[in-house]
Design a protein around this ligand. Sequence first.
Ligand SMILES: Cc1cc2nc3c(=O)[nH]c(=O)nc-3n(C[C@H](O)[C@H](O)[C@H](O)COP(=O)(O)OP(=O)(O)OC[C@H]3O[C@@H](n4cnc5c(N)ncnc54)[C@H](O)[C@@H]3O)c2cc1C
Length: 479
Amino acid sequence: MQGRDVSLSATGTEALVGDLRDAVGADAVVTDPVRLEPYSADTYWKALAARAAGTPLGRAEIAVLARSEDDVAATLRLANRHLVPVVPWGGGSGSQGGAVAAGGGVVLDLTGLDKVVEVDERSLTVTAEAGVNGRRLERELNERGLMLPHYPASVDLATVGGYVAARGSGVLSTRYGKIEDLVLSLRVAVPTGELIDTVRVPRHAVGPDLTQLFVGSEGTLGVITRATLQLVPLPAARRFEAVSFPSLEEGIAAIRAALARGYRPSVVRMYDEVATRLSLGPVVGEDLDGVCTLLCFEGDAGVADAEADGVIALAVAHGASVLPRRLGEIWWDRRYDFYRPPHHPELPAIWGTIEAVATYSRIHDVYRAVRAAIDGPYAAEGLTLRVHLSHWYPWGTMIYGRFVVPDGGPDATALHDRIWADGVHAILAAGGVMNDHHGVGLKLAPYMRDQYGPALDTLRRIKESLDPNRIMNPGKLDL
Ligand SMILES: Cc1cc2nc3c(=O)[nH]c(=O)nc-3n(C[C@H](O)[C@H](O)[C@H](O)COP(=O)(O)OP(=O)(O)OC[C@H]3O[C@@H](n4cnc5c(N)ncnc54)[C@H](O)[C@@H]3O)c2cc1C
């Protein structure tokens, strides 16, 4: 299904800029290339490398600094009339190129939608506008003794809308769920420019779930302008533990057994042997080996202690040795260090996070397939692959594989693409799903047909009916 080609003509730009200025105010419409530059890359390696080389993957001609939901709706209405692409921009922390204006057009900066609309302490919900920064929201909730239990490592950078649009996950997901489990309802500006509210609560029988249609849609179906999310009280106690398993097989078997018995650790971070030595050890400042696994239990002290004791007993039954608790505590305090120099690479290195999710029946095959596909074959390029498993479900788990090539050389982009193609094909062939929580964006769009098969056409028909002029975030999700 080929869509209409939407591109910005010189007259289209001029006319749209004029109409936008009338609708949202002249100061909210930016056309100065210097002020547009920051929107040319999110944190996708290819976007950063292309920008550094002076050839960005995408350049918006216009930025709209939306200050209200009506500004968002008006922008979509006008862009639709002028057939100009619109790319929502939250915190720009996405790792998949999702917020890059690959086809030019309008970048719709949502950070001005920054109101925490309502905290309902009785129902434990918050309604926040899409541009509210994750850290700021957390502070405001903590002051009331509450928290949004969605703590991505990008909490300082990302927005509420970006959390939902990219279908993200936080460090406490094993207990509290991913963002899709925490969303009650959304307000969305649909591409034709109307604001709609989805059904107020997520458990109902009044038809299919419109809320979840927009979760993970990455700005291709509309713009989320506000979200109502589940909160929890700040836990009275948080108990950390650390264990080392003799193998990944034993480690996975132990956690699978724990979840099946009803234990709900908030953190289960299992580092394979390589990641234990090269990632976890340096960050916590200790020489570690084996399959080191950090655990956290939280809630009322009695609950946390009972769960910790039960899971440790199961781990020991699977051959684990118990490590000092302080490892978990140090990791918690330093958990963002993994994403900063010197632990995080910089150009001219190539890096990426190949993550995948699978049932317990498949996860070992997926792990071995990824290692076989990119570890050995790229040894000559100096590639290292460090894997941890950090989001656990009753039916399966995920692998988070961070690869680094110290210097990509002159053909870095081609090398990057080959590594990704080999990694993703290996995941799919082994029965995994190519991504647990980072979204698709530009990076994984080429593999959507392989992932979905004929079902991709159903998604495309939904897109076609919501966005007949295909203005919303073209090139993303292969829609
Ligand atoms: C250091 C670091 C650590 C990270 N750790 C995690 C992690 O632990 N867990 C995790 O899930 N992710 C993580 N990420 C990835 C990223 O932060 C998340 O995907 C985050 O949810 C993106 O939010 P954002 O506001 O920055 O969105 P952006 O990057 O601005 O946008 C992401 C996508 O959503 C679309 N979009 C944004 N806002 C809206 C909206 N209101 N309506 C419709 N579409 C919209 C954009 O067009 C784009 O396609 C990490 C990134 C970095 C740089």
